[in-house]
Design a protein around this ligand. Structure first.
Ligand code: SF4
Ligand code: SF4
Length: 253
């Protein structure tokens, strides 16, 4: 356990962070990175919508991403009170890393809820700030090697580590004929803008569809949310294998 005022604490924190990131990958995360928590207060979504959710801006937030293979659509099926199987896998990893940080190094750490209204963070902003990808025209994080088919979850820790790698990755959208815009059933991406209300209407319809099926069958029905703008994105076509793992500040592709 480190003393609060140990002079070499920044180096120790950086080493522990590297171990935590490596542990995330060993546990099954497709990508992992971190961002100083204070940067989240002024992230683009917070500037656009006003900050809400997670309110601890000391230490760091570690972000884990898990590739969601289109061949396994059930990883994305959402169940009331249980989230999705993919998110439960991620929560298992964030919890395991938090427990390890506490037991091995006596550091404060805990899983961050997925939903922002339950105390979560703007996860896509955090992933982009961590250098894991860039926000595409489909309003999803495009992760090198995986496209937009990655879901995220985060944990907080009191490790104080300054990020060093650049956050801006080249966007594949520049050279793309934009199938996400034309395929969206709600025209929620028309003209290169993201119309949240239009997308949310589709999400509501997906939930109503699941409720109707439940009523008909008498059995619990997960919600299979629209992911058209994810599936049509050519940036995801090379997915399916780990081309590389980008870990901000430690490794480069
Ligand atoms: S389909 Fe093309 S424009 Fe849309 S997010 Fe993917 S790369 Fe960007
Ligand atoms: S999730 Fe569906 S409705 Fe929402 S922006 Fe993507 S394609 Fe459009």
């Amino acid at each position: 356990m480190q003393g609060e005022d140990t002079p070499d604490r920044p180096d120790d924190d950086r080493r522990i962070m590297q171990e935590a990131i490596e542990r995330a990958i060993a546990l099954g995360a497709s990508v992992a990175g971190f961002v100083p928590a204070r940067l989240l207060r002024d992230c683009p979504s917070a500037r656009a919508e006003g900050y809400r959710g997670w309110d601890n801006f000391v230490g760091s937030v570690i972000i884990l991403g898990l590739y969601h293979d289109p061949a396994m659509p059930e990883m994305d099926w959402w169940e009331e009170g249980r989230s999705t199987p993919g998110d439960r896998m991620l929560r298992g990893m964030t919890t395991a890393i938090a427990d390890w940080l506490s037991q091995e190094y006596g550091r404060a750490a805990r899983d961050i809820p997925y939903q922002i209204d339950a105390g979560g963070i703007f996860l896509k902003d955090a992933a982009a700030l961590a250098g894991l990808g860039c926000i595409g025209r489909n309003n999803l994080v495009i992760v090198p090697g995986y496209g937009p088919r990655v879901r995220f979850r985060a944990l907080w820790t009191d490790l104080e580590v300054e990020a060093t790698a650049p956050t801006s990755l080249p966007s594949p959208c520049e050279e793309c004929h934009r199938p996400c815009e034309t395929a969206c059933p709600q025209q929620a991406l028309a003209g290169g803008r993201y119309f949240r209300e239009r997308c949310l209407r589709r999400m509501d319809a997906d939930r109503m569809e699941a409720a109707a099926q439940k009523q008909k069958s008498g059995q619990k029905q997960p919600v299979d949310h629209c992911r058209t703008c994810d599936l049509v994105c050519p940036a995801g076509r090379m997915s399916g294998k780990k081309e590389y793992t980008r870990v901000r500040g430690f490794f480069t592709p």
